[in-house]
Ligand binder design. Structure first.
Ligand SMILES: Nc1ncnc2c1ncn2[C@@H]1O[C@H](COP(=O)(O)OP(=O)(O)OP(=O)(O)O)[C@@H](O)[C@H]1O
Length: 660
């Protein structure tokens, strides 16, 4: 897909998207999270771009929500589902669902929705989902103990791009290579020509290294998995809890991840741990060995009576000999035992294996008091252990990186499926929380049975179910606060959700396909001349533009724009034209009777009727009665007074009632 062919994507945005690994794939999948990783693209913008791409895919240029109130209803519907996501991804991804006029698009979403509604949004799955987020690439990884070397400028440029984590050096000859070998623990040479060159150090001739850079930098793979470890573990848990098909062996993935520390180091290898501990503990172990030896020796000396012939003592003193000679002569066995204890302590404390013979040499046979280690031997031991540790770490890194590298693609699928499940579960929860069903699509107008709007200002359990069916053009009359506006909202919500491919809050619903939902909310107070003129123009354009694609017009108390007589005339004119053009329309009005009288064609009138008044409150049946003009609230009150009052008062109210 040509990026700039997507509505709203100019060359600047297209350039930003090109920074992504697979912008086309992200657009095709509607992957808002991936798109938002492009520079300067906010999640909101990413959602708009993804929506644009989907529209382009389905050749769906229209806009069903044609007026601000219609768009508000869409936003409200979206929010109700978004509130039920666990992840940010899920919330953003839902923004790609929009009311569409393209049948194929609606059908595709409906198919997914049906499957989603079968899912069980258990709390265990939701808890696991809380730990899942889109995979991210580690940044700023620098490896300083290795470098790449080549004598070829082209290979040099290629290497810098392919392996930005390590230095790449241009070498001319064996001499410059040998200089490099002194500065780095390992030099990976990319040119065959250096094979056989005799240079000291860890020089590896690997002309194919760039084909699989992870062999040069296993840290890249390890850093990726270390950075995403929690997400991957959570995604695995989501698959297990939800019984999803996993793209890979979860146990093997979890086992591999358990060998990786968050810092990208390998853990859980006994040999590596042994060597690491030995290097770390060497100084402490040497001190301990000395202490053991000296305690032993001190003990022995304290317990011994040394008997020495006077001549011997004299000759020792004359030779200037010190206590060492005395030790050598008189306490040789004890000294040997003390040194043996020191050697054993050092070997055992550090759990030494290959380096035992070096360690033993740290304590000499020549008697001294106190017993002291030979620093040069300890330095040698330290060097040997450090080298062994690094070798082991490198081997382990390569081994683990090789295991994990093969799982990378599956891991991407694993996380994607978990995140997409969040979208499905949000839809499932929305459907369950508001007793939704999949609507039928097609036919004229709409039918709603036992519809309950989740947008009302009363708790959902207290919402009274409503039935309403309209084909053609209808006036909806009704008592004050009877629920007329709420019905328009419910109809708009059902129509929007149905065109999004989503379930609707009703026991049963059928929605005719529309290309436009024209919803006009009640205006507050009469308009001045200018505003009145522009509103009239708006309706003028609306009525004359109704075509074959299907328009649903919902209008709430248009009469409030001007004085009642004029309003009735205007509404009658609009309704006549809409009826002529076979539109579907519901006009809520308190002037239904006047409009019907003024209109040249027959206009249907439905009514939300009050069944009576109790404790000053109207008892209302919220479902409009077809073909019945509802009696107004004032009429009901006059009737009540006529019934309740006696004599002259009653006569007055009866005369008033006759005027209705
Ligand atoms: N189906 C319903 N179930 C429960 N309560 C409802 C229902 N429909 C409406 N209501 C309640 O009635 C109130 C008034 O509803 P609404 O504003 O739709 O009436 P209206 O007929 O448009 O009023 P007005 O005469 O002012 O135009 C709502 O705020 C809501 O509390």
């Amino acid at each position: 897909m040509e990026l700039t062919s997507i509505p709203g994507v100019g060359t600047k945005t297209a350039d930003a998207l090109q920074d992504l690994d697979d912008p086309e794939g992200a657009l095709e999948r509607g992957d808002v999270a991936a798109l938002a990783r492009a520079p300067d693209i906010s999640p909101g913008r990413a959602a708009r771009i993804a929506r644009g791409a989907i529209r382009a895919n389905y050749d769906d240029a229209g806009n069903i929500t044609a007026t601000p109130p219609a768009r508000d209803i869409y936003q409200d519907a979206l929010s109700l589902i978004q509130e039920r996501t666990v992840t940010d991804y899920g919330r953003q991804r839902l923004e790609t669902l929009y009311p569409s006029a393209a049948r194929a698009r609606i059908e595709d979403v409906r198919e997914r929705t049906r499957a989603a509604m079968e899912r069980d949004p258990s709390s265990a799955v939701r808890d696991a989902l809380a730990g899942v987020e889109p995979l991210s690439e580690p940044t700023d990884l620098r490896i300083r103990d290795r470098c790449l070397a080549t004598s070829d400028a082209e290979t040099y440029a290629k290497a810098r791009e392919a392996v930005p984590e390590v230095s790449v050096e241009l070498v001319e000859d064996a001499r410059t290579l040998s200089e490099l070998a002194r500065g780095y623990a390992t030099v990976v040479v990319l040119d065959e020509s250096f094979a056989g060159t005799d240079i000291e150090g860890d020089i590896r001739i690997e002309p194919d290294a760039l084909e699989d850079p992870s062999t040069v930098v296993p840290e890249r793979t390890l850093a990726f998995f270390a950075q995403n470890r929690d997400t991957l573990q959570a995604a695995a848990a989501v698959h297990r809890e939800a019984g999803l098909d996993a793209p890979c062996d979860l146990a093997a993935l979890e086992a591999a991840l358990s060998r990786l520390g968050t810092d990208g180091e390998v853990r859980g290898d006994d040999e590596l741990d042994r060597l690491t501990d030995a290097v770390d503990d060497i100084d402490a172990a040497v001190s301990e060995a000395e202490r053991v030896a000296n305690d032993h020796l001190r003990d022995a000396i304290e317990k011994r009576d040394v008997t020495i012939e006077g001549t011997d003592l004299l000759s020792l003193v004359e030779r200037g000999a010190g206590v060492d000679s005395l030790l050598g002569r008189e306490l040789a066995d004890e000294y040997d035992a003390a040194v043996a204890a020191a050697r054993e302590t050092l070997v055992e404390t550090l759990d030494l294996r290959d380096t035992v013979s070096i360690a033993r040499r740290a304590f000499g046979d020549e008697p001294t008091y106190p017993v002291e280690h030979d620093e040069s031997v300890i330095n040698r031991l330290r060097t040997e252990l450090t080298a062994a540790r690094d070798r082991r770490a490198t081997e382990q890194k390569h081994e683990l990186a090789a295991d994990l590298a093969g799982m990378r693609e599956d891991c991407e699928t694993l996380v994607e499926r978990a995140l997409e499940l969040d979208v499905d579960l949000a839809i499932a929860r929305f459907a369950a929380d508001f007793d939704c069903t999949m609507p039928e699509l097609g036919g004229e107008g709409f039918t709603i049975e036992d519809g309950r709007s989740p947008l009302l200002d009363v708790p959902f359990e207290e919402v009274e179910p409503v039935d309403y069916e309209v084909t053609g053009v209808t006036l909806l009359s009704g008592v004050n606060s009877g629920g007329k506006t709420s019905i328009l909202d419910l109809v708009a919500l059902v129509v929007v959700l149905a065109h999004m491919g989503l379930p609707v809050p009703a026991e049963h619903a059928r929605v005719g396909r529309v290309a436009e939902l024209q919803y006009y909310a009640k205006t507050q107070g009469t308009l001045d001349a200018g505003a009145f003129e522009s509103t009239l123009r708006e309706f003028g354009e609306l009525t004359t533009s109704v075509g074959e694609d299907g328009v649903l017009v919902l209008v709430d108390e248009l009469e409030s724009i001007t004085e009642p007589g004029a309003s009735a005339n205007i509404m009658a004119g609009i309704l006549e034209t809409l009826a002529d053009r076979d539109a579907t329309a519901v006009f809520v009005s308190h002037l239904a009777s006047e409009i019907r009288e003024t209109a040249a064609t027959e206009i249907a009138v439905d009514g939300i009727a009050a069944e009576g008044i109790e404790d000053g409150e109207l008892l209302v049946d919220r479902s409009p009665v077809k073909g019945q003009l509802a009696r107004s609230t004032p009429e009901l009150i006059v009737e009540k007074l006529a019934e309740e009052e006696t004599d002259e008062d009653a006569a007055f109210y009866e005369s008033l009632l006759e005027k209705f």
